[in-house]
Design a protein around this ligand. Structure first.
Ligand SMILES: [Zn+2]
Length: 333
């Protein structure tokens, strides 16, 4: 059978980056094939037009059919990273590995996505979001319901575990923040690290809004920055992310991300001088400041990032927060 355009690039001996197309603003996702025993796939791609076909074609270009996979590791429970896991596992009998918290969400993907949607919609008033925009967010989140299937993990891993193979000894590092269930995989000997969405080349990963039944914390951003600081301690030669190019200067990239957040926080404090603003107003201001497109997706992502900044700024006592009729209003200290 002929498959679509295949983009497979060798990252190291026996390690291949497979770039899968996605019909999203983020137009692709990277998954990784680690040859040897067990034959391993790191992340899967979503259930979307052309993705499964491209994955099969890519595996075949390396001489494998998907039913030969022996291990599938999922870096986190976002659909572009785990959407095809159930199908691949059913076809191959591969062992499905992820963090304990990812396993909870993945075992009932639709149920978890709906619970998350309802929680986020319930935050509308607090964030200062009018009902029309809230409905746009609902439509946006509904778009994620059918791009993944629920999958049962066979092995749940925690920080410090090792996934042995004859090619790489992948140390599991728990890196919450972009999602609460995120792990990265590090092979000390080769200096390779599979970073999922924790570290990307050109994009600052969007912080999670933590769900109250998973964490007491509101935003994943403080965890994210801590997880990133931990990554800086490692001797990394090459970081292999879930989107975009790989990263050779990991320490430099981490410094850039830290700087990005410091600059954004300072900008917010300056913006708040002499006036009060809601999270939505701050998000809209940020979108126009960075000249991004005013799309529902960008408003959604900007609000998540602003919320993270506000949590940290409040903790640093650089902003004040007043609640009136359920809406949060921030001011500069
Ligand atoms: Zn993600």
């Amino acid at each position: 059978m002929e498959h679509g355009v295949v983009k497979v690039v060798q990252a190291a001996e026996g390690v291949f980056k497979i770039e899968l197309p996605m019909p999203y603003s983020m137009n692709h996702v990277n998954v990784y094939l680690v040859e040897g025993s067990p034959l391993t796939l790191i992340d899967t791609g979503p259930i979307m037009e052309g993705v499964e076909d491209a994955l099969h074609g890519s595996l075949e270009s390396r001489g494998y059919s998907a039913d030969r996979l022996e291990r599938i590791v999922v870096t986190h429970s976002h659909p572009d990273h785990m959407g095809l896991a159930a199908r691949l596992k059913a076809a191959s009998g591969a062992e499905l590995v992820c963090h304990r918290l990812a396993s909870d969400s993945m075992s009932d993907y639709q149920g978890s996505a709906i619970r998350e949607r309802e929680y986020l919609i319930g935050m509308a008033e607090m964030l200062g979001l009018p009902s029309e925009l809230m409905e746009m967010n609902r439509a946006l989140m509904d778009g994620w319901l059918d791009v993944a299937e629920s999958a049962e993990a066979d092995r749940m891993v925690e920080d410090g575990d090792t996934l042995e193979s004859d090619r790489l000894q992948l140390q599991v590092i728990y890196t919450p923040g972009h999602s609460i269930d995120h792990i990265v995989l590090y092979d000390a000997e080769s200096g390779l690290i599979f970073t999922g969405d924790h570290l990307l080349a050109g994009i600052t990963p969007n912080p999670d809004v933590y769900l109250p039944w998973m964490s007491e914390k509101l935003s994943g951003l403080p965890d994210y920055l801590e997880s990133l600081a931990r990554l800086k301690q490692l001797q990394v030669r090459l970081a292999l992310p879930g989107h975009g190019d790989w990263v050779t200067d990991v320490s430099g990239r981490i410094e850039e991300i830290f700087l990005h957040h410091e600059e954004r926080k300072s900008y917010i404090v300056d913006t708040l001088r002499g006036r009060e603003m809601t999270v939505l107003e701050l998000a809209l201001d940020m979108i126009s400041f960075v000249a991004a497109e005013l799309s529902p997706t960008n408003v959604f992502l900007a609000m998540r990032e602003i919320l993270g900044h506000m949590v940290i700024l409040e903790d640093e006592q650089r902003v004040t927060r007043e609640v009136r009729k359920g809406t949060w209003y921030y001011g500069a200290n």
